[in-house]
Design a binder for this molecule. Structure first.
Ligand code: TXA
Ligand code: MG
Length: 346
């Protein structure tokens, strides 16, 4: 069986994809963050196919995607006021909320947790698909487990081929945000940020008044640690090369890389720095002066650098709040939190 490529603009796409979802198949869906690998969240067997296709550990729960905030009450109970406020402000959009789960949601979807992660994506074709299928769609990022997330239909094709490992891909063009959704856990005493994304910590604090930052956001978590978002402990987003973040000024970082550069090395930098890294195999992932281009371009650049001849990648990483928080988190995870300071190595 072949994998169908369904253009988002084709009027037949929604009904074709909805039929596949209802029949228990897998459809890669475009969202504003990254492409997801979708199946009927209420169908254990369909959900099992996601884990198999991705090579995903069974203890890593899935996000369920709904078409509007009102659907929250079907799958969650004890929904706090904060959830409705967040939904009103940021949905549809790149925000996922963790809430107490109703028993109707299969354990395979939630990995047996008492909570479920829920998101209403902005991309219209995907919300139409959820409505047409009449079920929530469980979808992790559509990359093979451990690889950088997929931000184009071509990335999804690259990971799964056309041979029918997944039933269809809806091609909605490149993802606008480019990093996965912000995850907020609303089941504790205080709202807690589990993963930074397109909705920034500042925006959340503005609305909620308070926000705890989970330690998995800031540091490497070892495999035996219990974490709130189980996915945060796994190696992520990584090309096969070793990635090192080189901090400091552009000039100091370029001097540091020049001293070390050998065959098999590559540089991942800001567009403004390309001339400084000339001769060191540089790839730019966006403009430092326009942070949104960094989030939009990060995964495509990491995928481009995922080539056997590249053994070491020196990466430049934005610091600070806003969207830089999410970009920095993904890059640091790709680098297993290895950060070198060029000023300390003259
Ligand atoms: O932008 C996104 O969120 C994309 C698109 C497709 O919507 N999806 C995505 O899914 O990034 P995934 O599976 O790659 O990442 C979901 C993360 C994982 O780290 C998982 O452990 C965590 O969410 N998660 C899922 N359910 C959870 C729960 N009940 N409590 C805490 N964390 C949860
Ligand atoms: Mg993922």
């Amino acid at each position: 069986m072949k994998t169908l490529i369904l253009p988002a603009s084709d009027p037949a796409t929604v009904s074709q994809a909805a039929e596949i979802i209802r029949a228990g198949g897998l459809v890669a869906i475009p969202t504003e963050t990254v492409y997801g690998l979708g199946a009927n969240a209420m169908d254990e067997e369909a959900v099992a196919k996601i884990f198999l296709a991705k090579g995903r550990p069974q203890d890593n729960p899935l996000i369920i995607h709904i078409s509007c905030a009102e659907e929250l009450t079907r799958y969650c109970h004890d929904i706090p006021e904060a959830a409705w406020l967040l939904a009103e402000r940021f949905w549809p959009g790149p925000l996922t909320m963790v809430l107490p789960v109703k028993p109707c949601v299969p354990k395979r979807t939630t990995a047996g947790l008492s909570t479920v992660a829920v998101r209403c994506p902005k991309t219209q074709v995907t919300r139409e698909l959820i409505r047409a299928a009449g079920v929530p769609i469980a979808a992790p990022s559509a990359n093979l487990s451990g690889k950088p997330s997929t931000t184009t239909a071509a990335h999804v094709l690259h990971d799964y081929g056309t041979g029918g490992r997944i039933d269809a891909i809806i091609d909605g063009g490149p993802c606008e945000v480019g990093v996965e959704s912000t995850i907020v856990d609303l089941t504790g005493e205080k709202p807690r940020l589990l993963r930074p994304g397109g909705i920034t910590p500042e925006e959340l604090r503005d609305l909620l008044g308070e926000l705890e930052i989970d330690r998995a956001v800031l540091a490497q978590i070892s495999d035996d640690t219990v974490v709130r978002a189980p996915g945060m402990k796994y190696k992520h987003y990584a090309p096969s090369a070793e990635v090192y973040i080189v901090s400091g000024s552009s000039e100091a970082a370029a001097a540091y890389v020049r001293r070390r550069f050998t065959e098999g090395d590559a540089v991942l930098c800001f567009e403004e720095e390309l001339p400084l890294f000339a001769g060191c195999n540089p790839t730019a992932y966006g403009k430092y002066g326009d942070m949104k281009t960094l989030s939009a371009g990060l995964f495509a650049a990491l995928r481009e650098l995922d080539r056997p001849e590249i053994k070491t990648i020196y990466a430049r990483c934005p610091e600070g709040g806003g969207i830089a928080c999410a970009v920095g988190n993904r890059l640091k995870k790709a680098a297993a939190f290895r950060v070198v300071d060029p000023e300390a190595d003259q």
